[in-house]
Design a protein around this ligand. Structure first.
Ligand code: NAD
Ligand code: TYD
Length: 353
């Protein structure tokens, strides 16, 4: 069936994988990727599908209260998959307002535009809000997992802003009958991950023999999921998830930061022809992040039993694939680090970001 779908934040890490999946898998859909191209947005991530006839890019800010409703009037979207966000915890500690602006205000602005556009015909419409497991706060080392019923308990300005946006999305369902669905996913890894986050930053530093900064003692635990498995889950939930419901998505794959980095060092020693143990000498323990959540771990039973989703890759295999991607795409990494990726938009569209 023909549909016009708005994907926000499609030039970012996860968004670019979601846009690619939808553009390739659903030629009958028109996919509109709306992204403000902040530092985290990189249209080079989508070079391979930029010319597809069912793909359109719109450079805009989700907080724009004039443009966003106008866009909804022009396109008559059947669905929204909302990923645009400020996403880095460390940045949220130094600049919380940017997170409130985009993650809270921007989300509500999109909800308002969708609500106005779908006033007459809400049947068959869907507003999908992509969120994080960080809204649930921190777990102890007691084997417990976050479920959809876990209490919200955010500890960073990032997670507080995502928690707030989740609440607004649910409120629009309960108050106005908006057909919404939410997913809360664990840490993603894979190609096109911006090198301020642990895995791509470490790959880059190992490659260049620079110190690998590990916060505190490296004992914090994250549950890592391959980004393409997240994109597949989003596809399933968008099409088959129940309106008003929440789905947790996780890799069932818990690693302490230090063990993860040791594994990464071993993989990279092999790939780079270094002697075993050489890259581990780069590990440097640095001051801990304030409010650093000890452990995240997701129970994805609902998604697995109700929608039949399963992660496709074991972590060792996924991490090796990720390292291969970064080594084969060193120009992507260099262009992000030296800022040249910002020129890509100008070359494509004739004016500056
Ligand atoms: P990212 O930082 O890589 O990408 C965010 C994208 O949003 C960028 O392209 C950026 O230009 C765009 N953007 C930012 N502010 C905008 C604004 N005001 N208007 C329009 N576009 C704007 O983020 P990501 O890691 O791909 O995360 C995507 C979504 O998934 C976020 O909502 C995040 O909370 C959620 N999430 C991320 C993870 C993870 O591990 N990265 C895990 C679970 C959930
Ligand atoms: P990050 O990739 O920033 O994701 P999040 O904070 O959303 O989980 O960090 C993953 C883990 O790695 C987290 O426990 C913080 C830690 N970390 C470091 O130890 N060193 C670093 O340089 C970074 C960026 C993160």
């Amino acid at each position: 069936m023909k549909k016009t779908i708005l994907i926000t934040g499609g030039a970012g890490f996860i968004g670019s994988h979601v846009v690619r999946l939808f553009v390739r898998q659903y030629p009958e859909y028109q996919i509109v990727n709306l992204d403000a191209l902040t530092y985290a947005g990189n249209l080079e991530n989508l070079k391979d599908i930029a010319q597809y006839p069912n793909y359109t890019f719109v450079k805009a800010d989700i907080t724009d209260e004039v443009f966003i409703p106008e866009l909804f009037r022009n396109y008559k979207f059947d669905g929204v998959i909302h990923l645009a966000a400020e996403s880095h915890v460390d940045r949220s500690i130094s600049d919380p307002m940017a997170f409130i602006r985009t993650n809270v205000f921007g989300t509500v602005n999109l909800l308002n535009a969708a609500r106005a556009a779908w006033k007459e015909h809400v049947e068959g419409k869907r507003f999908y809000h992509v969120s994080t497991d960080e809204v649930y706060g921190a777990l102890d080392f007691d084997g417990k997992l976050f479920t959809e019923a876990s209490r919200y308990d955010p500890h960073s300005p990032y997670s507080a802003s995502k928690a707030s946006s989740d609440h607004f999305v649910r409120t629009y369902h309960d108050t106005y009958g908006m057909p919404v669905v939410i997913s809360n996913c664990s840490n993603n890894y894979g190609a096109n991950h911006f090198p301020e986050k642990l895995i791509p930053l470490s790959i880059n530093n190992i490659k260049n023999k620079k110190p690998i900064p590990i916060y505190g003692k490296g004992e914090n635990v994250r549950d890592w999921l391959w980004v393409e498995d997240h994109a597949r889950a989003i596809d399933l939930i968008f099409h088959r998830g129940k309106s008003g419901e929440t789905y947790n998505i996780g890799g069932n794959n818990e690693w302490t930061n230090i063990d993860l980095i040791r594994l990464l060092c071993r993989i990279m020693d092999k790939k780079l022809g270094r002697r075993e143990g050489e890259s581990e000498t780069l590990i440097t323990f640095v001051k801990d992040r304030s409010g650093h959540d000890l452990r995240y771990a997701i129970d994805s039973t609902k998604l697995k039993t109700e929608l039949g989703w399963e992660p496709s890759l074991q972590f060792e295999e996924g991490l090796e694939k990720t390292v291969d991607w970064y080594l084969e795409n060193q120009d992507w990494l260099e262009r992000v680090i030296n800022g040249a990726y910002r020129d890509y938009y100008e070359k494509q569209y004739g004016h500056k970001v």
